[in-house]
Design a binder for this molecule. Structure first.
Ligand SMILES: C[S@@+](CC[C@H](N)C(=O)[O-])C[C@H]1O[C@@H](n2cnc3c(N)ncnc32)[C@H](O)[C@@H]1O
Length: 260
């Protein structure tokens, strides 16, 4: 089987199949977080690292005015096609979140699926936090999904699932190689898409990417120092407000901050 070593985000049609589950649980969670924690009505939302527009398109479909930004041109091109397909309007742009300056203040910044950890250096992470703080209106919220914590070596960390669309089957594996990246404070995460096309072609797309490492405490500190943002909720990926996370050192979480 051919192995293509590439940036998997350059294959947005495959990424969108792999992550193409029904986002309504995530969208319900975001809306509930807006209602519970924002001290203003949330109408304008920004999604940094928006990728193929999964969440941004869903929020626009629920009536929010949404903008999205991604550094990958192919992802934004694909997201634009999907907007046309779903008949929703989004303000999408190609760019680095560290350079984000909104045309108007937003009520919420939301980014799920561990995207913030793509910012490998402490400087980039701090810059993005400061940008978010400057862009969110007083009383707004910042909602971030990320994998935190240091699992013991014996804990199996691999995530593995299969999805398909119109005859293309994508089996996804994501695991931390537990090898430090070139940037201090990162490790290498390997993602492998095993693809089976309707014409019988089979290949793999393999990506090694640096991800910045956080604990819940260190991410909270980043948000406090470069906002300040105040942490108001920690949940796991059940996206269920009845299931708050109580461990001081959890792993896959979604955190809600308020901006005073
Ligand atoms: C996990 S994917 C997107 C997930 C998307 N938020 C979702 O919920 O489906 C992460 C995205 O971050 C983008 N990205 C990485 N570094 C970035 C940066 N510095 N600025 C903007 N986008 C970035 C990648 O191109 C990729 O599309």
């Amino acid at each position: 089987m051919e192995t293509i070593r590439a940036n998997w985000y350059d294959y947005p049609h495959l990424y969108d199949i792999a992550f193409g589950w029904d986002p309504s649980g995530e969208l319900d969670f975001l809306e509930e977080a807006f209602r519970r924690f924002a001290k203003r009505t949330v109408r304008v939302v920004f999604e940094p690292f928006c990728g193929t527009g999964r969440i941004a398109i869903g929020l626009a479909g629920r009536g929010y005015r949404v903008s999205g930004l991604d550094i990958n041109e192919a992802a934004i091109r694909y997201a634009r096609q999907r907007c046309e397909q779903f008949g929703v309007e989004l303000d999408l742009a190609v760019g680095d979140v560290c350079d984000w300056v909104p045309s108007e203040p937003v009520d919420a910044v939301v980014t799920l699926i561990d995207s913030f950890r793509h910012l490998c250096t402490a400087e980039a992470a701090a810059t993005a936090m400061r940008r978010f703080h400057a862009g969110i209106a007083a009383g707004g919220v910042l909602i971030v999904g990320l994998d935190v914590g240091k699992k013991p070596a014996h804990v199996e960390e691999e995530q593995h699932w299969t999805a398909q669309r119109e005859g293309t089957v994508v089996e996804t594996l994501v695991f931390d190689l537990r090898k430090p990246g070139q940037t201090p404070g990162t490790s290498i995460v390997r993602s492998v898409l095993h693809v089976s096309e309707p014409d019988g072609r089979k290949y793999k797309v393999l990506t090694d990417d640096e991800f910045r490492l956080y604990t819940l405490a260190s991410f909270k500190q980043l948000a406090r120092e470069h906002g300040p943002f105040e942490l108001v909720a920690v949940h796991d990926l059940h996206y269920d407000f009845e299931r708050p996370v109580t461990s001081p050192d959890p792993s896959d979480i979604v955190v809600v901050f308020t901006r005073s």
